[in-house]
Design a protein around this ligand. Structure first.
Ligand code: ASP
Ligand code: MG
Length: 416
């Protein structure tokens, strides 16, 4: 008996016509004898609308008090609508279907409202229903605390719901139907020669997702990796069973026979650069700086320290999320005397460009090729950070497209 979890994103649920198409795709799998659970997103744009009603500005305008738990009741409702509509549509096609709200499954989470984490999905009831031939339609994004309060998983969380349900049901795969037909070597809107990857490892996908590739929520990839759930990303716009819609399989590295050195180029404009000039060259200074930031919950990504022109002083560059840039500068200024720098500057016109590939572990020269390709285009590198399978550089945002294309070519990704 093969259990399958299918997930449809917001654009695949955008209206009744799209919902009917999704229903046909589900029906085709059921007709092949698969035991199916479906996880859905809210209609595209719906969650934004609901958030606008409940977040600070919207709530203040309407005189509503802000409350995190009621925020979840409101913003989690978009998925309830699409789950019901899809179940109805499946029934109209003569199939046995029903919706299961987050609290009915239940999808048990902690009580961090607005960004809850799934703790448990008891598989017995849901599994039995699905095995008996019922198509279970589950709203993504929703959960429930142990004491019965509605939660949501954070924006983009229905990917995580789908993978968690697949793990709980020990499904053979989790198919994520979306508006793109797979994971690409880079953003095809920037590089027309971008290629769809047939397979990508969990680790690479995790880096790509957290570095700005928006196909899957990062948390969902972590979960898939931890539970070894094969995830397939594919288009919901192709007709059911279309031969060319095989998508991209996110799987264990061992299952990828043709190893590449670099699998993809990602970019992100979500970071800002903060520069501290004229720091005293003393032990403990960096610790003070990053303690102040950590105490204010400001996440730091890249860090570079360099010797300044004058002896006994250094300069420091670090990056933070763009939303935190102003706050980071404020925190630095507030602690200027204690830290002892001469000047602080922030620059939001930066982009982080990353190359990702498990092959880096065993191949030399990957960084060299990156730096050379950028130098050949006259692009200056402002900061560098690396992990075992990725290299990121910070550059002037104006060169984002140029850099992405140059790196795509440098690693021969058009031939993948
Ligand atoms: N509807 C939710 C959102 O937009 C969850 C999701 O679609 O993944 O964030
Ligand atoms: Mg999404």
């Amino acid at each position: 008996m093969t259990r399958l979890v299918m997930k449809f994103g917001g654009t695949s649920m955008a209206d009744l016509e799209r919902i009917r198409r999704a229903a046909r795709i589900v029906a085709a799998e059921a007709a092949m004898g698969k035991k199916v659970a479906v996880v859905v997103s809210a209609m595209a744009g719906k969650t934004n609308e609901l958030v606008a009603w409940t977040d600070g500005a919207g709530a203040a305008a309407s005189g509503l008090p802000m409350s995190d738990d009621e925020y979840d009741v409101v913003v989690g409702s978009g998925e309830q609508v699409t789950a019901g509509l899809l179940a109805m549509t499946l029934r109209n096609m003569g199939l046995n279907a029903r919706s299961w709200m987050g609290w009915q499954v239940p999808i048990v989470t902690d009580d961090a409202h607005g960004k809850a984490r799934i703790e448990d999905i008891p598989p017995e009831k849901l599994g039995a229903a699905v095995d008996a031939g019922e198509i279970a339609v589950i709203p993504g994004f929703q959960g429930v605390t142990r004491d019965g309060k509605i939660t949501t998983l954070g924006r983009g969380g229905s990917d995580t719901s789908a993978v968690a349900v697949a793990a709980a049901l020990q499904a053979s795969r989790c198919d994520i139907y979306t508006d793109v037909d797979g994971v690409y070597t880079t953003d095809p809107r920037i590089e027309a020669k971008a290629r769809r990857l047939e397979k990508i490892s969990y680790e690479e996908m995790l880096e790509m997702a957290s570095l700005g590739a928006k196909v899957l929520q990062t948390r969902s990839v972590e979960l898939a990796m931890a539970h070894k759930v094969p995830v397939r990303v594919l288009s919901s716009f192709a007709e059911p069973g279309a031969a060319d819609n095989s998508g991209t399989l996110v799987c264990d590295e061992e299952e990828i026979v043709e190893k590449r050195i670099v699998s993809g180029v990602a970019y992100s404009r979500d970071e800002a650069k903060v520069t501290l000039l004229g720091l005293p060259d003393q032990t403990g200074v960096p610790a003070t700086i990053f303690t102040k930031l950590a105490d204010a919950n400001v996440n730091v990504d890249m860090i570079v320290q360099s010797q300044a022109r004058t002896a006994d002083t250094t300069n420091m560059i670090f990056t933070v999320g763009r939303r935190d840039a102003a706050r980071a500068v404020e925190i630095m200024k507030a602690n200027q005397a204690e830290i002892g720098f001469e000047e602080v500057r922030a620059d939001e016109d930066v982009a982080k460009i990353s190359v990702v590939g498990v092959g880096m572990r065993s191949h030399a020269g990957v960084a060299q090729a990156m730096f050379k390709a950028l130098a050949d285009k006259g692009i200056k590198i402002q900061a560098i950070s690396t992990s075992e399978i990725k290299i990121s550089v910070l550059i002037d945002a104006a060169y984002t497209e140029l850099a992405v294309r140059a790196l795509h070519a440098a690693y021969g990704l058009e031939q993948v």
